[in-house]
Write a protein that binds this ligand. Structure first.
Ligand SMILES: Nc1ncnc2c1ncn2[C@@H]1O[C@H](COP(=O)(O)OP(=O)(O)OP(=O)(O)O)[C@@H](O)[C@H]1O
Ligand code: SF4
Ligand SMILES: [Mg+2]
Length: 336
């Protein structure tokens, strides 16, 4: 189990002549991803998904809160002591080309982490070669075909498979897939998604899926939880199908309505779709973060920040003062 409690992250960005500005990337995020389970983070560009994924993978620091991996709270450890814990969590980037060293063959790419493990555990050179072939086979690649090649000699889909194979060399407990198929040719995407799903089932590795696309979140992590993030705050959290079938937070409703494939499925008289313009993290920061865009805002919204909570009659957690004001977008899940 990997949990986060109240994770806060603020970036200082170099601004104009008036000085630097602060961007609140995460504002107290809680999450829990069970061993072998799945979770999906969804939200528009700039809402903080990658920052959260990088924090979970140990690649970014956080200002407040606690990250617990297994039974161990990371705040209790020194930097070096955290490394073995973070090694269990491997990040799959959206761009497999930049994730691989172009001057190294696939053999060299896999050899580096494997020889380190062999050294630590007293294993032989033969083990390294066998394990390299094994992780390639796990991702559907033939060692004889790819080991001698350089990244530019592979397709985007094959490169992403190599990135996943490299992640598997350390026997991870969790893969953080950050938009892992967005830069891959459309025709090859389903293969990578099917692979991630297959690895979950075969190896029991948990998957954190970071995406703009609710359909892929459902495909890979349909049995897990969906976290809807808005301006660094989780505004809705619950089982994927529950959130998709009956979104509570007006932002989630807008997000789902904005998916092109769903146009035409909405029922008359439902909540109007709020246009989602590019997000400005520096917008007014008091009250509910969605106030400026919300068709249902009431008297409490501008002055108070709603926190994630469970209310009567609503199965999922939500951060909205007036969940009853929504009009449900009921649509068959088979259409999503
Ligand atoms: N290293 C950094 N320095 C300064 N600001 C940053 C840094 N990384 C992220 N940010 C800011 O933090 C906010 C959240 O960024 P993040 O990359 O986590 O969003 P995201 O949800 O992954 O977006 P996208 O869907 O476009 O990938 C953005 O406003 C971004 O500009
Ligand atoms: S708290 Fe108010 S402004 Fe925020 S989403 Fe709910 S109704 Fe809209
Ligand atoms: Mg991102």
């Amino acid at each position: 189990m990997i949990t986060g409690q109240g994770i806060v992250k603020t970036f200082k960005q170099r601004g104009n002549i008036l000085g630097s500005r602060e961007v609140r990337a995460l504002r107290g995020v809680d999450f829990a991803i069970p061993k072998g389970g799945a979770a999906s983070f969804i939200g528009e560009s700039g809402c903080g998904k990658t920052t959260l994924g990088r924090i979970i993978a140990g690649l970014e620091s956080y200002d407040e809160g606690e990250l617990v991996i297994g039974d161990t709270a990371m705040s209790e450890l020194k930097h070096k002591q955290r490394q073995p814990h973070f090694r269990k969590i491997q990040l799959i980037h959206q761009d497999p080309y930049s994730a691989l060293n172009p001057t190294r063959t696939i053999h060299q790419t896999l050899h580096a982490p494997l020889s380190l493990r062999a050294k630590q555990t007293g294993r032989s050179k033969k083990w390294i070669e066998e394990r390299a072939a094994e992780v390639l086979s796990l991702v559907g690649l033939d060692a004889g075909t790819v080991l001698a090649r350089y990244p530019h000699q592979l397709s985007g889909g094959m490169r992403q498979r190599v990135v996943i194979a490299r992640a598997l060399t350390v026997d991870p407990e969790m893969l953080v897939a950050d938009e892992a198929v967005s830069m891959i040719d459309v025709s090859l995407r389903l293969g990578i998604l099917a692979l991630l799903k297959d690895l979950r089932e075969r190896l029991g590795v948990s998957v954190l899926f970071i995406t703009h696309d609710v359909a892929t979140a459902r495909y890979i992590g349909g049995d897990g939880e969906l976290y809807v993030i808005y301006r660094g705050q989780v505004v809705e959290r619950g089982p994927v199908d529950t959130v998709i079938a009956d979104p509570v937070h007006p932002y989630t409703q807008s997000l789902l309505s904005a998916i092109p494939v769903l146009h035409g499925l909405e029922q008359p008289g439902e909540q109007p779709v709020v246009p989602l313009e590019p997000l400005d993290q520096l917008l007014d920061d008091t009250g509910c973060l969605f106030t400026g865009r919300c068709p249902f805002r009431g008297e409490r919204c501008a002055g108070e920040r709603p926190l994630l909570q469970v209310t009567e009659g609503v199965p999922q957690e939500h951060a909205c003062f007036y969940p009853e004001r929504r009009s449900v977008i009921a649509r068959p899940l088979s259409e999503v």
